[in-house]
Design a protein. Structure first.
Length: 162
């Protein structure tokens, strides 16, 4: 659990403690004071705590995503060619989420190379050394498939450009 989530929990516990204190002493207080106490001592820390806790969860997810993307990049750059199924097992992702992470890496300009989904291979390549008219897998003529992506219509290989 990250620090933001712990801080959020601390604020929520403070709100609960103040609520318990307020309600245990309600006989000695006037209604206006009790309402102000609820707003200042209970509601405000509860709102702050919930917000910080939710933000901490978002930070945790983003940190996990960056860690997994770094693991993918390290694997393919050090090995050159990696079997996608092996990376999926190593990262604990589903195939669809893996594809989303890979597209995110390409979109950020962090990965160049190609993927052959049929053979299940991910290959890191320096684009300056590749013939951008021929598929590196089968030699077929390449077609533009989207921003930063060229696809071979014959074997389905996708080449990611920076």
């Amino acid at each position: 659990m990250n620090k933001s989530k712990l801080l959020g929990i601390a604020f929520l516990l403070i709100a609960i403690a103040f609520a318990a204190w307020l309600f245990s002493n309600t006989g000695a207080r006037n209604p206006g004071g009790t309402i102000m106490g609820l707003i200042i001592l209970v509601l405000l820390p509860a709102i702050i705590g919930a917000y910080v806790f939710i933000q901490g969860g978002r930070e945790e997810k983003e940190t996990k995503k960056v860690t997994v993307e770094q693991k993918i990049l390290n694997a393919v750059e050090t090995r050159g060619t990696v079997m996608i199924n092996n990376l999926i097992v190593e990262t604990g992702l589903t195939r669809d989420i893996f594809k989303n992470y890979l597209e995110d890496l390409v979109g950020k300009g962090l990965f160049t190379g190609y993927v052959n989904w049929k053979e299940g291979k991910l290959v890191s390549r320096d684009m300056s050394k590749m013939d951008m008219h021929k598929c590196p897998n089968c030699g077929g003529e390449l077609e533009l498939a989207g921003k930063g992506v060229v696809r071979c219509p014959f074997c389905g290989t996708e080449i990611f450009l920076k």
